[in-house]
Design a protein around this ligand. Sequence first.
Ligand SMILES: C[S@@+](CC[C@H](N)C(=O)[O-])C[C@H]1O[C@@H](n2cnc3c(N)ncnc32)[C@H](O)[C@@H]1O
Length: 229
Amino acid sequence: MAEFHFVQDYERLVADLLAQYPVDEAMSRAVGGDYEAVGVVERAVVAHAGLRNGQRLIDLGCGSGRLAWALGQAMQIDYLGIDIVQALLDYAASKTPPGYRFVLNRTLAIPAEDGWADMVCAFSVFTHLLHAESYLYMQDIFRALRPGGRLVFSFLEFAAPAHWLVFDGTVAAQRNSNVPHLNQFIERNAIDLWAERLGFVRERFIDGTDAPWGNAPALWQSLAILRKP
Ligand SMILES: C[S@@+](CC[C@H](N)C(=O)[O-])C[C@H]1O[C@@H](n2cnc3c(N)ncnc32)[C@H](O)[C@@H]1O
């Protein structure tokens, strides 16, 4: 079976970074950099979205554990991280409490029982998938969430002036046939339509420039918070 584009892209990205940088630097760059600072912001986002001690979180596309590291410093939760690159998962496990679980998963499905999760988050993951791939994940996330559970994910959109940096960079790379991985924008009306068709209620969008959690800076990417009724 042919491998997904994201497996090839991220395997190559991680291997190239490990060849160029010391491991901590490579593992930070592989997920976008600023490992601890961004982890703290992502933790503020999931807490703002309702994650509480004792709950079950699935961190889809957990990478090298930016969020997991920050959660391990401050919360007691049942954590399951999922990613497509084993080296990232191994690093994440080395930075987090022993009870945290990390699973290699190269399907577009969630390896959890129906209704298991109180929350699923995906930070900068749907930004690298085709819309149909994100939609398949969202369909299965709906299954894996308990009623009342939430999906929190970040996205890039043309309406956010800052996000044009990514698009302009992608256009330049495309000109040289040198795009390291897919950068996919998602518009809010698409998210609303997907949510409605899948049975989610869209609770709110948060601009990438806003930080309604108060105790940490803004994320930069936009955020969607969806609830399973
Ligand atoms: C930009 S990084 C963000 C990592 C992490 N969420 C964070 O914020 O630190 C994107 C991550 O998504 C993972 N990824 C890409 N495609 C994926 C897929 N189809 N399923 C799960 N993870 C995926 C990559 O391996 C990478 O770790």
